[in-house]
Design a protein. Structure first.
Length: 58
């Protein structure tokens, strides 16, 4: 099954349960602090390490 078909089927199954599939723009998701919302390349020191340079969240 292609990815588009998978998403369509997942949305259908969720709707049958009264739930909603939320699609998120992947742009900057690995650089955005989930605590304060600050976006910076410097937040992601490596693929495995995230530390917000504004609030210190890790």
């Amino acid at each position: 099954m292609a990815f588009g078909g998978f998403l369509q089927r997942l949305a259908y199954k969720l709707a049958a349960e009264g739930r909603l599939l939320v699609k998120v723009d992947p742009r900057n998701t690995s650089r955005t602090c989930s605590h304060c919302g600050y976006v910076s390349k410097k937040n992601r020191r490596s693929q495995a390490v995230f530390v917000c340079v504004r609030c210190g969240y890790s």
